[in-house]
Design a protein around this ligand. Structure first.
Ligand code: ZN
Length: 451
């Protein structure tokens, strides 16, 4: 059996693992590289030979860094099944179409403004490619074995990270290989804790926060404090947010703060058609999260939903106390770019970062308090306050990762630490050795291991 790491090595993006067993070529996750130019260029290299002749793709969850290369795979001719949970299927319908639209828009914008070095700038894939990929999605229930052929099977276990997120456990050639996927928190107010696995011979574990512990502070109280301070200055709060998970968590806290009178009754705008659609899915997949029907309904009332570009422009022209939640979460694209252009130069405003900010993204630059960020080819000064709330993370911290691994009844034969910046992955590797006394490895890009 051979496992090749085609992404999520030395980075949190581009998750792709090729597992070759007798008679089967499986791809676990098919993510887009995001962040630094060096990483993004990997999306553009013609599909690696490793992606040819796949029998099946298994998706851990719908985030673009795990699913966003699927349209490119479909474009290259893949027509086999893409197995995922029902929640991931529904989310992919929203996220992949949006990703394709962004690719098309960015290419179009670059051509119109002539700032691309490529003439004409081409999208990585189109909406049509995304639609082809969506046709290949095969929803599978959690905790049920699905056969893959050649004596192999897999099952999905809830991973608590976002709606539909799963860990994948594959049985093949009398071996068990587990992929953690992105693991959620043990005490998230919305998602259930990740399911622990009983046994595996080989484990691929994420390490996004392999070197960090999350702040134990109450995110509602932190938000209340930031809101109060900003509104006192007459400023607006801009929250770049992932459409999935983070946006709903923020709405949930805002609903709580407003109903308990801990937040001024200022306008709140959810300027993300995608986040609005995702919020609707929380009703349809009610069994997957902790919110009561009343709490789910409160998400809708917590903000004014901004759907059209005209409404978005109107919000941008407003000033003064208000909250704007807009995608994307690491400010790599989407409507938040226009809001950052409009609000970042004014010191009265606050930009609140609520999730992981990868190196090389505008979110990463904001988190590092860079004096300016580049948007659409021009430098925008950042005079607004920038706050990071790590308490809102949808990723387990290293203690939670170690607890999840430690639930195994016996030590695995090998552990591969992926999906982390180099320092985080190495820190988790060391902690696994110190705490669990297992020898873990941090694979490099395109490395193959046989077992
Ligand atoms: Zn994720």
């Amino acid at each position: 059996m051979k496992l090749t790491f085609l992404g999520a090595t030395e980075t949190v993006t581009g998750s792709k693992y090729l597992l070759e067993t007798t008679g089967l070529r499986l791809l676990i996750d098919c993510g887009l590289f995001q962040g630094t130019k060096k990483l993004r260029l990997r999306n553009w290299a013609s599909p690696p030979a490793e992606l040819a002749g796949l029998d099946a793709v298994i998706l851990t969850h719908a985030h673009i860094d795990h699913s966003g290369y699927l349209p490119a795979l479909a474009r290259s001719g893949y027509q086999g099944p893409i197995y995922c949970s029902a929640g991931s299927r529904d989310l992919c319908e929203i996220l992949l179409l949006d990703s394709a639209k962004l690719q098309e828009e960015e290419a179009e914008f670059a051509n119109r403004h002539g700032y691309s070095r490529h003439h004409p700038a081409m999208p990585l894939y189109t909406v049509e490619d995304a639609k082809q990929a969506l046709k290949l999605l095969v929803p599978c229930p959690f905790d049920v074995n699905t056969t893959l052929g050649a004596g192999a099977s897999f099952r999905l276990l809830p991973a608590g990270h976002i709606l539909g997120a799963a860990s994948v456990v594959i049985e093949a050639q009398s071996k068990t290989i587990a992929f953690s996927g992105d693991l959620g928190r043990s005490n998230d107010p919305i998602m259930f804790a990740p399911r622990q696995i009983e046994s595996a011979d080989y484990i691929v574990v994420e390490s996004t926060y392999g070197d960090r512990l999350h702040d134990a502070a109450d995110p509602a109280a932190q938000l209340a404090e930031i809101f109060a301070a900003t509104f006192k200055r007459g400023g607006a709060v801009i929250i770049p947010s992932f459409a999935v998970g983070r946006a709903q968590s923020i709405l949930h806290y805002i609903a709580q703060l407003k109903s308990s009178g801990r937040m001024a009754n200022v306008p709140v705008y959810l300027d993300s058609p995608m986040a609005i659609s995702v919020t609707d899915l929380y009703r349809e997949h009610a069994q997957e999260h902790r919110l009561t029907p009343a709490q789910t309904a409160a998400l809708d009332k917590a903000a004014e939903m901004v759907r059209t570009v005209e409404q978005s422009k109107w919000v941008m022209s407003r000033r003064g106390p208000m909250v704007v939640i807009a995608g994307s979460g690491m400010a790599t694209g989407g409507r938040v770019l226009h809001h950052l252009k409009a609000f970042a130069p004014d010191a009265r405003n606050t930009i609140v970062l609520v999730g992981y900010q990868a190196e090389g993204t505008r979110g990463g630059a904001l988190e590092a308090h860079q004096p300016s960020i580049k948007i659409h080819g021009e430098y925008v000064p950042v005079r607004a306050a920038v706050e990071s709330l790590t308490t809102l993370s949808s990723h387990a911290d290293y203690r939670e990762l170690l607890d999840w691994l430690g639930s195994l009844k016996r030590a695995p034969k090998r552990v591969f630490v992926t999906h982390g910046e180099p320092a985080a992955a190495d820190a988790l590797r060391r902690r696994i050795a110190e705490t669990l006394h297992w020898q873990a490895e941090v694979p490099t890009y395109l490395e193959s291991v046989e077992f």
